[in-house]
Design a protein around this ligand. Sequence first.
Ligand code: HEC
Length: 397
Amino acid sequence: MESYFVDWFSVIVRWLHLITGIAWIGASLHFVWLDNSLEEPDESKKAQGIKGDLWSIHGGGIYNFNKYALAPPDWPSVLHWSKWEAYMTWITGTLMMVAVYYLQSQSYLVGSDKWIADPKVAIAASVGYLLSGLLVYEALVRSPLRHQTSLFAALLAAFIGLQCWLATKLFSDRASFLHVGALMGTIMAGNVFLGIIPAQKKFVAAIQAGQDPDPAPAAFAKQRSTHNNYFTLPVLFCMISNHYPFLYGHTYNWVILISIIAITAYARHFFNLRHRGVVDYSILIKAFIAFVLLAIWLGVERYEQEQAFLEMSMADGAAFTLINTHCAVCHSQTPTQPGFDAPPAGMLMDDQHVIEQSVSQMLTAVQTDYMPLGNLTGMTDDERTKLISWLEKKANP
Ligand code: HEC
């Protein structure tokens, strides 16, 4: 019964995480677009202190956005702030991290061949990884280095690259991509909480006190918000990466992750420039070529592996025995593995005909070391290679 409550908790928290995340990123994308698309207002608007305006139509109504150089002549009675979307996304994300990776750390957080094998140590490492990453970013962004745009961008890129590599050494492959996403998401929420909102509060307080606001905090907030903007697409990739074991399960998964983060952040650059009226299609073309090269690299390797596996052979009987020992202990109507009371992911592997229907899914799961989960059954490399070759043959008869 306990797992029933855990299941509901997971549904609700994941759902909320998506809803608040969409609200946050949606608002962020909208405001970046808005800011970059503002046009020069007419003289009468300029006289009111408006520095940019924009017309748009949505949901059957016409909207007119005005951006003030400083403050409006009359302070609005209601001023909308965007912050709870960010905080709630982070809070629900943290709850999910706890529910999936901390409460089930043996299965999901710890990986074979990683620096950490103890589930408790792995939880401590995860907290340490996220906290130290946030601290390093805060130290970097508060240092004078931030005034040197190119140098700072290079440092930030190197920092994220290092974190990608580190995560794949510390945590299971699946958890590693998610940790990079969680770290970048934490930095983003930190940017809102530690930089952007305080700067806005100072700004509002100065105006309400009738003083000229200090431009420095506003410029700093703008810089943080630009970082968030470049982080958005890579973070989203990390969050969906769970569905793609062929990427996170690769031997050089950190190279793949760094490449994808770099490519998506670079593609974001195209849109940022375009909103400002600079249309540079070569950026998109270069990003696309980089993606194709990545796909070719992985594809060639996959092909060679398949050929090698096809040469080995194993009798069906031996294969079913392996599956019985290493899969059916969990993937059965009545699992014998402690902690399981229903077939995980609804997949059954205790019957020959059912197995033959799901060979390709099983192949990916075994090839990427994702299954047997946490290698709780202690499958040897030799058994894995043999099972892969058998599944490969069944999948491509
Ligand atoms: C210790 C229990 C356990 C063992 C042993 C195990 N699995 Fe799983 N398996 C799970 C759990 C839990 C899930 C659901 C994972 C998730 O939601 O990501 C799962 C999910 C899967 C999936 C679906 C993955 C997807 O893409 O959603 C496949 C395929 C799979 N297992 C294959 C296997 C194969 C093949 C074996 C044997 C080599 C195996 N499993 C052994 C627990 C186990």
